[in-house]
Design a protein around this ligand. Sequence first.
Ligand code: ATP
Ligand code: MG
Length: 433
Amino acid sequence: MNAVLSKFKAPKGTFDIIYPDSENLEMILRIGYETLILHGYRRISTPIFENTQVFVRGIGEDTDIVTKQMYTFEDRGGESLTLRPEGTAPVIRAYLERSLHSSGVPQKLFYFGPMFRRERPQAGRYRQFHQLGAEAIGSDDPAIDSEIISIPDAYFRKLGLKKYRVIVNSIGCVNCRKPYVTFLREFLEKVDAELCDDCRKRSQKNPLRVFDCKEETCARAISEAPVISDYLCDGCRTHFHSVLGMLDALGVGHEIEPRLVRGLDYYTRTAFEFIFEGLGAQNAVCGGGRYDYLVEALGGPPTSGVGFSIGIERLLRAIDLEGIKPVKLPRLDVFVAAVEGTPREAVLRTLSILRSASLSADTDFMGRSLKAQMRHANRLGARFVVIVGGEEFERGEVVLRDLDSSKQCTLKNNELIHRIRLVIEAKSGANNE
Ligand code: ATP
Ligand code: MG
């Protein structure tokens, strides 16, 4: 076959997920869903696009996401729509629209899907990426903050990951943030000359976010800046200490990082990240926190909430770096090869019988010779080849070839499934000993 080079490429910052990565992804998600279900969370799927205001209000007008990163377009009816850059605001929109509180609070929901941000593509930073996230809406109990932090920890452990740290902070509420921000502004004015353009703007509009800047010069300039944790009001301080105590009780190792803030405006109190070794600059695999102002920002009544979101591409990379092989590629059980001249219907019927018996089965769709079919079966890694056709076909028989032992035998059609099962089970029995 000639290699035909397409002039089309996946858009910048996006990529195809092809096997075996796609199979790794499946396996990882299955373990993630299991973990979330064990903790009492149920899945929600929201649309991939929303009315733009859901994100402008829900993330905050001054954030990088809203000012620089959204894929916003006007649809043919003139409505402004945006491809979702994150999952929390849409979940809250659905919570309010569908009055989910009436089925009991807290509502414990999880989601998985692609997110879209027009960022500068680099390792671990893409324009379409995937998040697995959870939200617990309606409770301000510190126990639920600690539950939310313990879920990614339980998940990562289940995957066999070890090289990560959990960092936590409290970023307070409006009460404590107001006086703190005055001090922070005063400090930032003094180091103004050393800040990047973005941080200069941030120090006016939303000074807390200078801590989120990725520039080293800014990090140095603010190394002596006052930190929010020194200014927490009594309520926030008590809440934070309770969360930390419960993390200890749950055995979730953590470090307090007074400079940790979240990039999204609606966050309050608990903020946390899971930081992995070896991932370079994009080392946060999971981020989250409490967002007690979000529901109101989207037009609902005062309602607490807390959640996390895991960047799946970064998680896959962490798994790779730690040398974890989450999936053994499922082996093709049977390749059905046909002797030249065999009716296609006979081949299809054999495939169908095998698949109905839960044996994975494939055949040749390229008109290959029997020899080339055997080669193809090997390339696919098949365990058995069933040869249909010839004299055996006339007698209601097939040839079964075991590609591992290279032994073959002739069988009645109705003995086929039983025989394959016997061999497979004998093998898996031997492996379990
Ligand atoms: P970062 O500081 O790395 O930009 P963020 O604060 O923008 O992260 P969140 O909005 O909290 O991240 O998203 C949660 C997680 O989603 C991140 O911890 C990360 O693993 C992942 N993530 C965020 N943006 C991207 C991206 N552009 N490409 C791949 N993964 C991403
Ligand atoms: Mg970001």
